[in-house]
Design a protein around this ligand. Structure first.
Ligand code: AMP
Ligand code: MG
Length: 520
């Protein structure tokens, strides 16, 4: 296994001088050196061939001991110095102080095909940032991160990637429901990959400590390596940097809304500076279209991170980042303009995204109302988002009365469909048919375009849970099947038709399917 190791992060940024792995406040440093913990019996369960190749490796490399040992933290790859990053964050709206990589350890950076990749282990043992927790991860949450990050990539959603999924061979104690019933679960380690794992919180921690000098060093580093088109660092560049981060964050969230992904914990420590979906914890996929849905039991009361609120929360988080970057610019107005622009851009981009889902190629003023009324209709009775939009591509403007028949498969309880609801749908289909009449695109082409933005297959919450249940029994076939299925989420894939189905009733209230805690 030969990796082209480079070092931009630890070579350019201030290190914590303390080398002991003790929990502490780490000031004036971007990271602490730390070595992953050796585990009892590491075992690879799955690897992403895509990411193997992206790193310049071959499939056969993944079969070597050195691959297993490196990606589960048994050995440190030659000439590399693993480290945990220092960051802070706002959690559920409150400043939480120092958080940091409590159970993530960055192994190294690799350059291949002119791309820079940081490789990180999640669940590889404690770090100076582990606070009161153990630095470990369980199989359940690791399967979820592994499958979902790759699925998101193939859906076209900006995301960190996953390279490998392994068992550690150790047992890990978790209280899944936080109700005083801890139990042992299988420990696991995911290796994940991104150009950088920097988060809003990495910048916030320096600002919170009034450490403008190191804030500037970190921002300059970020611009040099990841936003180099913005030019040399100066106040104007810092503003452009913030503007680009705001645009990327918005783009990411619009894509979440398009596919029905709810992140669940949009704290500022979980917001990537590159606009990538990061930290797959208690996330979930909308089944019934419901603006108020959140999968996260920790957020069940306030629903701060519910589906409809994700764009707002992106903005709220950008305000916090702006507060940090302000220290380098000392002018509020340019930040305010960018934050204002986020709101208008959201309206524009969201409309564009929804037009795409409806197969509308041209823009008409009436589209706003057509979309709003659709969203209202979708919430009249429980209606599966994925099935609805996928089936809508079969709609014929010549036969609007068949519309309802087309989407019936998306209703969870067909008995809930009464005359008044049927009427609302029929009215909507009539308007949709008229609206399609103003389009020039052929039916066939429209269906093709719609099917390219409305996935047929997403990682429904119960699908992960089935793969987890099997994996806990030592059967990993479903992980592989879902991994392959979700590589082509927009294709028909008749052999996998059974996954184009509503959530089964048994999964409605099952832990892990509709309810997820932060315990992972
Ligand atoms: P999260 O909201 O899951 O992204 O985590 C918030 C903070 O808690 C981050 O600093 C994590 O590194 C840390 N954390 C979460 N789980 C653990 C764990 N098992 N051990 C150590 N730190 C953890
Ligand atoms: Mg996190």
């Amino acid at each position: 296994m030969k990796l082209n190791i480079v070092d931009t992060f630890t070579a350019s940024l201030p290190a914590d001088p303390v080398l002991s792995n003790t929990r502490r406040q780490v000031e004036k440093a971007c990271f602490s050196y730390v070595v992953p913990k050796k585990t009892n019996k590491p075992e690879l369960l799955h690897v992403s061939l895509d990411m193997i190749k992206a790193l310049g490796l071959e499939a056969r490399d993944a079969k070597q001991d050195v691959f297993l040992n490196t990606l589960t933290g048994q050995t440190v790859y030659p000439n590399t110095t693993p480290y945990a990053m220092c960051y802070g964050g706002h959690q559920f709206g409150n400043w939480a102080g120092q958080l940091g990589d409590g159970r993530a350890i960055n192994l190294f950076e690799v350059q291949h095909n002119n791309k820079l990749w940081a490789v990180q282990l999640k669940g590889a043992g404690e770090t100076p940032y582990s606070r009161t927790a153990d630095g470990l991860a369980v199989l359940r949450s690791s399967v979820r991160e592994y499958l979902c990050s790759e699925a998101m990539y193939y859906l076209g959603v900006p995301t960190t990637r996953a390279l490998s999924l392994a068992l550690s061979g150790d047992q890990v104690l978790r209280d899944v429901l936080y109700n005083g019933n801890p139990a042992y679960e299988k420990g696991a380690i995911v290796s994940r990959v991104a150009p950088s794992f920097l988060r809003f919180g990495n910048y916030q921690i320096f600002a919170a400590r009034g450490d403008v000098n190191n804030l500037k060093i970190l921002v300059n580093y970020t611009i040099k390596h990841f936003f180099s088109n913005l030019g040399a660092p100066c106040k104007a560049t810092y503003i452009d940097f913030f503007k680009t981060v705001a645009q990327r964050t918005l783009k990411m969230i619009i894509e979440w809304q398009r596919v029905g992904f709810v992140h669940g914990v949009m704290n500022t420590d979980n917001m990537s500076i590159l606009g990538l979906t990061i930290d797959y914890g208690p996330y979930g996929w909308l089944e019934g279209f419901d603006f108020s849905w959140t999968p996260n039991t920790t957020d069940a009361q306030n629903k701060r991170y519910r589906f409809a609120n994700q764009p707002n929360m992106g903005l709220w988080n950008l305000y916090q980042l702006a507060n940090a970057l302000y220290l380098l610019v000392e002018e509020a107005e340019p930040f305010q303009e960018i934050l204002e622009a986020y709101k208008t851009n959201y309206e524009i981009e969201s409309l564009r995204m929804m037009r795409g889902k409806l197969g509308l190629d041209t823009e008409q003023e009436i589209d706003v109302k057509l979309i709003q009324d659709l969203e209202d209709n979708l919430q009249l009775i429980e209606t599966d988002m994925t099935i609805f939009f996928r089936n809508l591509s079969q709609f014929s403007k010549q036969k609007p009365t068949l519309g309802l028949h087309l989407i019936k498969a998306a209703f969870y309880n067909i008995e809930d469909l009464n005359a008044s609801i049927e009427k609302k749908w029929q009215e909507w289909f009539n308007r949709y048919a008229l609206r399609l009449g103003q389009e020039t695109l052929s039916c066939k082409l429209r269906a093709l375009k719609m099917n390219a933005v409305n996935p047929k297959y997403v990682l429904r919450n119960y699908m992960s849970q089935l793969a987890i249940d099997d994996a806990n029994k030592g059967d990993y076939k479903l992980i592989d099947q879902l991994f392959e299925l979700l590589k082509k989420p927009y294709d028909e894939q008749p052999e996998y038709e059974k996954w184009f189905a509503k959530r089964p009733e048994w999964a409605r209230h099952k832990v892990g399917c509709s309810m997820l805690s932060c315990s992972s």
